[in-house]
Design a protein around this ligand. Structure first.
Ligand code: CAA
Length: 382
């Protein structure tokens, strides 16, 4: 077993670390405070190839692998979790399904500009009454001649208010259950599409999300993504990959908590010495470092399996489940190490604490990850 990264993976990691440290980190507190979409960082990520990292060069992506994607996600999220999720949604939830299910014409029209960062994407599956129970779609798609007419409401759509393109899920045959779900590529400027006010969130405040209202939206057949009735598989298989991105985001947030806490503990003194020399603090730091390493290994294993075209759905869920848990724990412990300074916005760890929470919720709650893992276990023993 070889745990070493390739020269190419190391180069992507270094590029992402330099970008994150020099360009993202100095703005992270302001992005959070102002609830600001970091348009200039999104543009830079496009220039660096970070918005279509694992999309092949033939489609003008960066042509790297999913291990590189996870490494870059960790670095960007270590600096700013909001910027991380913007990157993750475009890569995992938009470029990836268009690459896997799109026609050649759709790839030329949508994937190329999305992977280059000329367009930004969002993924609209969740609805007011369909979050964890993703098959309970109420947004309807009805055939009208050669067109489809779509109406409904989507909820908490990350990138929604700033997206150009949406991978949209609809119900075209309610009686068929999940086999009646159909995916579309929706240009956000289509008549009848309207975003609600941006959600006012606990964390990742620089990531804009909102409802999307669809009112008799008319799309031609060439906007279908995959087959009529094949949308649930598009969604589920896309989320398998998305969970690697969110696991990497969680590892990045956890690392931010550890690195900030370590630096603070080395300079903050109590009882005549730096608190990093008290065993109570040393044990916290040691546990954080160990758990972050374990979460990263789970994440990179899932990415490696995807790269090697091996089944990876269970491993992606395990990575997201564990990494999101330890991100929350690391952020909580970082606040404890900072003491009173951890509770005020002058220091970054309260932001990590607020940012960490969403990783246990979006792209499948921790409870859903356990269902997915248990489902795989049951299949393996059948
Ligand atoms: N890949 C391909 N197909 C899959 C699949 C996968 N990973 N998982 C399930 N399927 C298929 C099954 O094989 C089955 O197909 P057949 O009928 O042909 O056998 C079909 O889908 C139905 O499977 P289930 O019976 O397991 O489906 P279910 O209705 O019980 O739901 C679930 C399963 C795992 C709970 C699913 O609903 C789920 O993942 N829920 C969470 C949704 C989620 O993650 N939402 C996140 C929204 S996006 C987001 O958060 C983005 C953001 O903001 C950043």
């Amino acid at each position: 077993m070889d745990f070493s990264l390739t020269d190419e993976q190391l180069a992507v990691q270094k590029l992402a670390r330099d970008f994150a440290t020099n360009e993202v980190l100095p703005k992270a507190a302001e992005i959070d405070r102002e609830h600001r979409h970091p348009a200039e960082l999104v543009k830079r990520m496009g220039d660096l190839g970070f918005l279509g990292i694992a999309i092949p060069l033939a489609h003008q992506g960066a042509g790297f692998d999913h291990v590189s994607y996870a490494l870059a996600m960790e670095e960007v999220s270590r600096a700013c979790a909001s910027t991380g999720v913007i990157m993750s949604v475009n890569n995992s939830l938009v470029c990836d399904p268009i690459f896997r299910f799109g026609t050649d014409a759709q790839k030329a029209k949508w994937l190329v500009p999305l992977a280059q960062g000329h367009l930004l994407g969002c993924f609209a599956l969740s609805e007011p009454e369909a979050g964890s129970d993703a098959a309970a779609q109420r947004t309807t798609a009805t055939r009208d001649g050669d067109d489809w007419v779509i109406s409904g409401t989507k909820n908490w759509i990350t990138n929604g208010p700033v997206a150009d393109v949406c991978v949209l899920f609809t119900m075209n045959d309610r009686a068929a259950g999940h086999k009646g779900i159909t995916a579309f590529i929706l240009p956000m400027t289509t008549k009848g599409v309207r975003c609600g006010a941006p959600d006012d969130k606990l964390g990742i405040r620089g990531s804009k999300s909102s409802q999307i209202f669809l009112d008799d939206v008319r799309l031609s057949n060439d906007h279908l993504l995959g087959e009529v009735g094949g949308g649930f598989k598009v969604a589920m298989s896309t989320l398998d990959g998305g969970r690697i991105g969110i696991a990497a985001q969680a590892v990045g947030i956890a690392r931010a908590a550890l690195e900030d806490a370590l630096a603070y503990a080395q300079q903050r003194r109590t009882f005549g010495k730096p608190i990093a020399q008290h065993q109570a603090i040393q044990f916290k730091l040691a546990d954080m470092a160990t758990e972050i390493d374990a979460a990263r290994l789970l994440t990179l294993r899932a990415a490696w399996l995807k790269d090697h075209k091996l089944p990876y759905g269970m491993e992606a869920s395990m990575a997201k489940l564990y990494a999101s848990d330890i991100a929350n724990k690391a952020a909580r412990e970082a606040i404890q190490i900072f003491g009173g300074n951890g509770y005020v916005t002058e220091f970054p760890v309260e932001r990590h604490f607020r940012d960490a929470k969403i990783t246990e919720i979006y792209e499948g709650t921790s409870e859903i990850q356990r269902l997915v893992i248990a489902g795989h276990l049951a299949k393996a023993t059948r």
